[in-house]
Write a protein that binds this ligand. Structure first.
Ligand code: SF4
Ligand code: SF4
Length: 169
């Protein structure tokens, strides 16, 4: 019968040599691939001892800023929460009491303020929405790995900027 194409190939049953039966060519081929990768530039780094250079537009952990007198800037207006596409921000507002003028800049302040880092996509819209320059995404801090989901809810204890202490020597 005439073949339909000329791609037909006669398969011959060749006896394997001793080296082939002992997988020697395959082992040599495998080792050569390993050696080739051994001298290539590594794709991984020794984190956390080493860190990669970040992009200039990289955004990290949030910080709630204080003003020059150390008072919290946030007035719990809620604009950051409205702007947040991930619905990661929640807060409760309170009224400043007499004697707390040194703690909060305005009469209304955030009694609680939470960012859910598991929801946050670090888009920076909260920072853009804030009329009081109270919230910023830092470029040198990253949310560290944790074991419990609850630990990714960052409250004021971890978000508010620490008070600057004046150095006396
Ligand atoms: S960075 Fe974006 S996602 Fe994260 S809290 Fe701000 S607005 Fe929401
Ligand atoms: S961080 Fe800014 S936008 Fe958000 S509640 Fe406070 S003052 Fe308003």
């Amino acid at each position: 019968m005439e073949p339909l194409s000329n791609r037909r190939k006669q398969v011959e049953k060749k006896e394997m040599t001793f080296a082939e039966r002992a997988y020697l060519p395959a082992i040599a081929q495998g080792l050569s691939i390993t050696l080739k990768h051994f001298f290539k530039k590594k794709a991984t780094i020794q984190y956390p001892e080493q860190t990669r250079e970040r992009s200039s537009v990289w955004r990290g952990l949030h910080v709630l800023k204080r003003d020059e007198e150390g008072r919290e800037r946030c007035t719990a207006c809620g604009l950051c929460a409205v702007a947040c596409p991930a619905e990661a921000i929640t807060m409760t507002a309170g009224e400043r009491k007499v004697g707390e003028e040194n703690l909060y800049r305005e009469e209304k302040y955030a009694v609680t303020y939470e960012v859910n880092m598991l929801r946050c996509i670090f888009c920076g819209l909260c920072e853009e929405a804030c009329p009081k320059a109270a919230i910023f995404l830092q470029d040198d801090k990253i949310a560290p790995a944790r074991f419990e989901r609850d630990e990714f809810i960052y409250g004021k204890d971890r978000l508010v900027e620490p008070l600057k202490t004046t150095e006396t020597k």
